[in-house]
Write a protein that binds this ligand. Structure first.
Ligand SMILES: NC(=O)c1ccc[n+]([C@@H]2O[C@H](COP(=O)([O-])OP(=O)(O)OC[C@H]3O[C@@H](n4cnc5c(N)ncnc54)[C@H](O)[C@@H]3O)[C@@H](O)[C@H]2O)c1
Ligand SMILES: [Zn+2]
Ligand SMILES: [Zn+2]
Length: 381
């Protein structure tokens, strides 16, 4: 089969690799119809993780089941399924409580809770930017889609990661109807947090970024775009909230966030959130922060540390939730919103490319080139 393989910083190639196969009786094999490039892939693409060369990327996967292991009873050949990026066993202490992003069985590294397809430190699993994908614990992990699966493919594929992740950001921030929320980052995840906030009935949804094309999409979703090109986002949020700050906030950028000169400042969004969220407000952090970043420029960041304004955070009595999204907690419910036409996450899709053009897709999306908001790869084409 063809697959997108990592060969070193800023180098992915599409090449022939051995076909994915059923390895355990609880697996299914999925023929991939859509697989997205994610902002999370870019951390690996830029050489800012410990991912090994030869890894097949791709954790935002959707397709058709072509083979099922002997122990699989619920999922059938021919089902159209969307796969949560988290690989979870379904029966460990964390999975039982819905914390499938922190499964205790799926990752063989005893220091790590949680596994994913095609991702650094998330277990030995190959990604789905390929013709075929092996799905472990298939009965638990597959979301079987309704009859409009093909027609709304570009919506449903967002259930693999960014729509539930954006929604999770608003849950971690304990967003309630009528709240004013500030979201840092108008990448795919920030835009999905904005979409979720609008759906949940937020009053003002303020989205901060520096890219005009992405801010325009936020506005199209019913959010207020805030351009931080001159570093004034905190003040703009305060001006819009009678000087108090937003009721809650979401971090949807991660450790590679930048100042307005384009230089990385890993603590910038976190400290901006502390400043632009009101006293006692809650902050939800889904942007990725890593335990080590050997190629980071900042000495603290190399060790996964941040110069965080903890004094301000404490004085304001704020609180915070962090981490990978537990996709399964939300994907079934969000699928219904798509089915009923109440959510349309595909509005952020800018490009649909055949698998062979993945290297181009990575280059443009990584450069945040204008108009490259979300890239979908279509292996079948
Ligand atoms: N927690 C999870 O489960 C989960 C899942 C998916 C993605 N992620 C993470 O979410 C983050 C965002 O992903 P994405 O796909 O949207 O990526 P992206 O890189 O396309 O988007 C990030 C956006 O943040 C903007 N930005 C940079 N510095 C900023 C600043 N100082 N203030 C405001 N905006 C700033 C960039 O211009 C860009 O538009 C990444 O770190 C990704 O790894 C986490
Ligand atoms: Zn992703
Ligand atoms: Zn588990």
């Amino acid at each position: 089969m063809k697959a997108v393989v990592y060969e070193g910083p800023r180098k992915v190639v599409v090449k022939d690799v051995p076909d994915a196969t059923i390895e355990k009786p609880t697996d299914v094999l999925v023929k991939i119809t859509t697989t997205n490039i994610c902002g999370s892939d870019l951390h690996m693409y830029e050489g800012r993780t410990g991912v090994e060369q030869g890894k097949i990327f791709g954790h935002e996967n959707m397709g058709v089941v072509v083979e099922a292991g002997d122990a699989v009873w619920r999922v059938k050949q021919g089902d159209r399924v969307c796969l949560p990026f988290n690989i979870a066993c379904g029966c460990c202490h964390n999975c039982e409580r819905g914390l499938t992003g922190f499964c205790l069985h799926a990752n063989p590294d005893p220091e790590m809770a949680g596994a994913a397809y095609g991702y650094a430190n998330m277990g030995p699993y190959a990604g789905g930017q390929a013709d075929l994908l092996r799905v472990p614990w298939a009965d638990f992990n597959c979301l079987i889609l309704p009859e409009d699966a093909e027609e709304k493919e570009n919506d449903y594929v967002m259930l693999s990661d960014i729509f539930p992740t954006g929604y999770h950001a608003t849950e971690l921030a304990r967003l309630r109807p009528g709240d004013n929320v500030v979201i840092y980052g108008a990448g795919p995840v920030g835009l999905m947090a904005a979409h979720s906030a609008v759906i949940k009935g937020a009053a003002k949804v303020m989205v901060v970024d520096m890219h005009k094309d992405r801010l325009a999409l936020a506005e199209k979703m019913g959010a207020i775009p805030i351009d931080d090109s001159d570093g004034s986002a905190v003040q703009q949020v305060k001006d819009m909230t009678e000087g108090k700050g937003a009721d809650c906030g979401c971090e949807c950028v991660g450790y590679q966030c930048c100042g307005h000169h384009g230089k990385e400042e890993p603590n910038l969004t976190m400290n901006n959130l502390v400043q632009s969220v009101k006293a006692t407000g809650r902050i939800g952090v889904v942007g990725v922060f890593v335990p080590q970043d050997p190629n980071g420029i900042d000495p603290l960041e190399k060790e996964g540390k941040l110069a965080f304004d903890f004094g301000q955070f404490f004085t304001k009595g704020q609180s915070m939730g962090t981490g990978q999204a537990n996709v399964k907690t939300y994907n079934r419910m969000l699928a219904r919103l798509i089915h009923e036409g109440k959510a349309n996450p595909s509005m952020i899709v800018s490009h649909e490319l055949p698998l062979a053009e993945a290297p181009d897709g990575y280059r443009h999306f990584n450069a945040r080139d204008e108009g490259w908001t979300k890239v979908l790869l279509k292996p079948g084409r």
